[in-house]
Ligand binder design. Structure first.
Ligand SMILES: [Cu+2]
Length: 423
């Protein structure tokens, strides 16, 4: 599990740039940055022509030349966020890569991944830290990063063509924002979301606070992050190939000067899209005009691994542990812990004033749920999605979204678990 003994654990080694703790944020810096964040004419500064657009010879009135918005040459600097000298940023590097990921022995498939890992690295920051993320695209397709549940300036929200231009191959987009509010949050790619988020551009973004009411009520000593994932390995392999092939076609059209809004499905607004359809453009979702597949996951994972490859959750007698569940997929999971009534202490990252006792918790798409477990029943206890279809590997039970709570201080257990594949 991705865990730490203390919630102030710094970002993982691959997230660069440990902050200089001797230079804390000052109130003056915060005020200055707040002024910068709210004082600028955001839209005005956004409306400069895309730098690389001039190189392309589109038709008269081509939407590819619409000022300020481009799929052929992105803005890579944060618009409207404080500059480097205005606040003290904690700086991190993220890359978009393509890797072969192993879910289980003998199950590998190609995925997009942050920093070549599935899921992406865990961020651990303090509330109100200023965060700077250099997001570098090392793939042939476009991406963005959305910071899910973080209340940031809208130009950092990572929705392509809504808040920013997509990050192009070989480009680095610099995200700058303040980490708030505290809680279990996450990040994921927002370009071509079904494929990119599912395979597997998502990760945990944990914002700690010294005033955390959960810690005050339950003095937990270990903190586990479990990213729940569903993968359709067939869909992903086919779609990745289709997407990469599609990019080659687009590059060729660009080189030939034949790229226009219709070939790209790229319009300034809905009326222009309707006009293109009137003029004969056939949208790709129209019946008989699509090679797209609807994903139907066949593997279900916790932190990139399916049972029995999942990591176990350790606990000792009388210990409180915190488990942060993050749904990085698009299914609803019902996580059930055997032998314990845990406390449901936060939903969507926000503390629940009067925690509820449960043994099964629903984690829908886009949701995060925090639970506290007290080590009061020594043994080996299964923790899994209670939807039986999600505790299978390619239809074979047991597998998938299943792990185990293990008491580490049992000296002579009367029964020790083994592994049975294909019960
Ligand atoms: Cu992406």
């Amino acid at each position: 599990m991705q865990k730490s003994d203390d919630s102030t654990m710094p970002p993982r080694a691959d997230a660069r740039g440990e902050p200089d703790e001797s230079l804390p944020l000052t109130r003056r810096n915060l005020l200055r940055s707040a002024a910068a964040a709210t004082g600028g004419a955001l839209l005005g500064s956004a409306l400069s022509p895309p730098a690389s657009a001039a190189g392309y010879q589109g038709g008269e009135g081509s939407m590819m030349f619409m000022p300020g918005h481009s799929m052929i040459g992105a803005h890579t600097e944060a618009l409207g966020a404080p500059a480097d000298h205005e606040v003290r940023y904690r700086e991190f590097d993220l890359t978009f890569d393509i890797v072969e990921h192993e879910l289980l022995p003998r199950v590998r498939f190609p995925v997009f991944a942050f920093n070549k890992r599935v899921p992406g690295p865990v961020f651990r920051v303090q509330e109100n830290d200023w965060i700077k993320v250099n997001a570098t695209n090392k793939t042939e397709v476009m991406h963005t990063i959305h910071w899910h549940g973080v209340d940031l300036i809208y130009t950092m929200d990572g929705v392509p063509m809504v808040t920013q231009d997509p990050i192009h191959p070989e480009e680095t987009f610099v995200y700058r924002f303040q980490a708030r509010p505290a809680g279990t949050r996450f990040y994921h790619c927002h370009w071509s979301t079904p494929l990119h988020m599912m395979s597997a551009l998502h990760g945990a973004f944990i914002i700690d606070s010294p005033d955390d009411p959960v810690r005050a009520q339950f003095p937990y000593t270990r903190d586990y992050v479990l990213v729940l994932e569903s993968f359709d390995t067939v869909f992903t392999r086919k779609q990745m190939n289709a997407v990469l092939g599609g990019m080659k076609r687009v590059n060729k059209l660009m080189a030939m000067g034949k790229l226009d809004p219709a070939t790209h499905g790229f319009f300034r607004d809905y009326d222009e899209m309707l006009a293109a359809i009137e003029a004969g453009w056939r949208p790709p979702y129209a019946m008989g005009n699509s090679e797209a597949l609807v994903p139907d996951p066949n593997f279900f994972a916790i932190n990139g691994k399916c049972y029995p490859a999942t990591e176990k959750i350790g606990i000792v007698r009388d210990e409180f542990i915190r488990i942060r569940l993050i749904n990085g997929g698009f299914l609803v999971h019902h996580m059930h812990l055997h032998g314990h009534q845990f406390w449901h202490v936060a939903e969507d990252g926000n503390p629940i004033p009067q925690p509820l006792r449960k043994n099964t918790i629903e984690v829908g798409p886009g949701k995060t749920q925090d639970i506290i477990v007290l080590g009061n029943n020594p043994g080996f206890w299964t923790f899994h999605d209670h939807d039986v279809r999600r505790v299978m590997n390619n239809g074979v039970y047991p597998g998938g979204m299943l792990t185990m709570l293990v008491y580490e201080d049992m000296e002579d257990p009367p029964y020790v678990p083994s592994i049975a594949i294909n019960e």
